[in-house]
Design a protein around this ligand. Structure first.
Ligand SMILES: [Zn+2]
Length: 110
């Protein structure tokens, strides 16, 4: 059974849903590590089965190429990244990695 846990690291905190306190700790460690790279969402994509990330590059100035927009989608399995002008557009792309990641295109097209 999953429950909601609130975890802290120094001054930071995050809320995660997990099946046990141990799983919650692992998830929170990932969230805290992701924040260092501007990663605000991490999910397994239904279309390709890969892990895709939503990144707000404004949180980590200089770490990403923002020429195509502040918001980045990143396929962790294939290393593909795509820039977007708005968060809404980025979220749409996050659900369809086959549209912007060549590796995911191969998986989806077979
Ligand atoms: Zn991919």
């Amino acid at each position: 059974m999953t429950a909601t846990y609130r975890l802290h690291l120094g001054d930071e905190s995050c809320t995660v849903r997990a099946a046990s306190p141990e799983a919650a700790k692992r998830k929170a460690a990932q969230v805290f590590a992701d924040r260092r790279h501007g990663i605000i969402e991490r999910r397994r994509n239904r279309q390709s089965g890969t892990t895709v990330l939503l990144i707000d590059s404004a949180l980590v100035p200089g770490e990403y190429d923002e020429a195509g927009g502040r918001w980045q989608t990143f396929c962790e399995d294939h290393g593909s990244i795509c820039s977007h002008e708005s968060r809404r557009v980025a979220v749409d792309f996050l659900a369809e990695p086959a549209d912007w990641c060549p590796g995911c295109t191969e998986i989806v097209d077979g």
